[in-house]
Design a protein around this ligand. Sequence first.
Ligand code: AGP
Length: 617
Amino acid sequence: MCGIVGYAGSRPATPILVRALRDLEYRGYDSAGIAILGSADGEGVEITKRVGKIANLESALDASPGSEATTGIGHTRWATHGRPSDLNAHPHTSCGGEVVVIHNGIVENYAALRSALIARGHAFASETDTETIAHLLEERTKSGLSLLESLRLTIAELEGSHAIVAMSPSEPGAIVAARVGNAGGVVIGYGEGEMLVASDLAAILPHTQQVAFLAGLQLARVDRSGASFINGDGSAAAVEPRRVPIDPVSALKGQYEHFMLKEIMEQPEALSDTIRSLVTLEPAGVHLDDLGPISERLSEVRRVILIGMGTSLHAAMVGRAFIERLAGVPAETDNASEFRYRDPVIGAGTLVVSVSQSGETVDVLEAMAVAKAKGAMQVTICNTEGAQTTRVADGTVYTRAGLERGVASTKCFTTAMVALYALALRLGEANGHLGPGQLGDHIQDLARLPDAAARVLQDHAPYKTLANHFYDARHFLFLGRGLAFPVAMEGALKLKEISYIHAEGYAAGEMKHGPIALIDRGFPTVAVAPAHALRSKLISNVEQIQARGGEVLAIASEGDQEVAALANHAVFIPAVSEFVEPFVATLPLQCLSYYIALRRGCDVDQPRNLAKTVTVE
Ligand code: AGP
C-alpha cells in the first residue's frame, strides 16, 4: 500500500515527483524518497529519502543543489519489512548502484533470497524485502540483459504480489514497471512528450487523463516517446490507453481545513450524482448500465454474499438488509479477508457483491478470485473507474463520489450504500419481489436523500459542542439495531481511526451479554436511535445504560422528545423513510468523530499507522 510514481520526459523530474508523492501520501507516510537519473553532476543515480512525511523529504531536497534531470522515480512508504527509517525508505539500490527500485507489496520469500544473495557476495544496506529486488536485477543487467528482461526474470523468483518500478543509468531516460498479482495497480500515463508510471491515478491526473492499466502479470517500459508492454512469458502484451473521466480539480482541498471535512460536506452532491446516475424518477426505473452479463441473470440469483473490508464492509452490512428486504433473496456478509481463506460454499445462483471504494484492496481482490474460481456471479461496487475489482467482476455499480482523499472514508460509505440500495431494487424488480408502485416509492425516497443530508450538515455547532464535551473520553460504545447496527459499527470505526479513542460498535441487543459491564460515567454511549431502527427496543437499552450511571448521546429523529428526554445529549436528524435512515444517521457520527479528533489535535487526514488503500495482507 505504498505510493509509487515515475516520470520520463523533458521537464525537471524532481518537482513532478514530489508533487505526485503529495498526491499519493494517503497510501502511506512512514517515509518518502526519490531517485533521479543523472545527478547534479549529470552522472549516475541520485537518491534522496527521509523517514516521516513528505515535508521531511522536501526539506532535504531544498538543502541539496537542484537537478535538471528529466527521469526519476519516487515512493511514499507504508512499512512492512523493516521499521520506518531513512535507510529503509525507498528507493533502494543494489551494491553497484546499477539499478534503483521502488516497490509495493511483500516479497514473501525475501529471507531465502537475501541469504542466497549474501552468499553470492551482495552487501545489503537496508532491512527491507525490496532491496533483494535491486540486487537480483543488478545481477541480470550486469550480465548484459536489458532492464525490462531482467525485471521479467526477477519477478518469476519473487513470491507474493507486487508492483515494481525500476530504472538504471545504463538505460538513460527509461523506466520499467511490473505488476504481479493484486498487491497494487500500475497505471501508465501518456503526456505530451512525457510518460508517467504510478500506483494509482491520483499521481497521473494532474498531467494527463490518457492512461493504461497493467494487468496481473504484465510489464511496461516507458520513455518520453511512449510505452511498450510484455507479458510475464515475454510475449508482447496488448495494452491500450484510454481516457479516464476524473476531474483533477476535485482533488484539491478547497476551502476546507481537511479533506475529511471537505468530503463530509460533499456528500449531498456525491449522493445526488450517484442517485442520478443509477435511477430515474419519471418513469421510475433503476439503470445499472455497467452490470454487463449480470443484468440478464438477475432472476437466477438465489443467494447473495456481500464482502468488503472496514467501512466498505459496513456498507455491505446495510446492503445485506436492503437485498433481503427489497429482493427477498437470502443475503449474508463476510469480511473479505476471512472469506478468501474459509473455502466458502458457492452453489448455483450465488451472486457475490464486493464493495471497495478504491477497487484495489488486496483482501477483496483475493476473495473475488476465490469467488470466481468457484463460479459465482460477481458484481462490484466501486468508486474508481477501471479499478482492479471492476476488471475482475462480471459487472460494476459505480458510485459517483469523486476522489476521496481522507484516509477515513466518508462520502464513499454513503454513496456505496446508494449503489447497494439501487442493486437491491433492481434485483427485486427482476425477480418480481418488488411491484412497480413500490419501486417508485423507493426511488422517491432516494430522491429526497441529498436534501435531508444537506440539512444534517448545515449546522456544525452541535457537533463542536459535543466534541468539546467528549474529547477526553477514553472509550466509547456505539449501539444500533437493524439498519442502524452497521451505522453504529461505522461510527465506532470513524472515531477510533482518527481520534485514537477506543470505540466499540455493538448490536444493541448484545449489550446485556457483556459490554454493559463496562458502563460507567467515563464510558459514554452513542445510541443510534432513529424512528425506524427498532426504536422502542433501543429505548430499553438506553434505560439500562442510564440505570448504571452511563452517559448517552442519542441520534434521534426530529421531534422524538421521548428519546431526547432519556438521553443526556441528543442530535436530531430529519424524519426520513426507513431505508434512508442509515444514510442520514451516519452523517452526525462522521462530524462528531471529525471534531473530536480536531479537538484532540490529531492528524485527521493521515491517522497514524493507516493507509487509504490496503494492498498488502
Ligand atoms: C475506513 O475509514 C477506512 N479507510 C477503511 O476501513 C477502508 O474502508 C477499507 O480499507 C476498505 O477500503 P476500500 O473500500 O478501498 O476497499
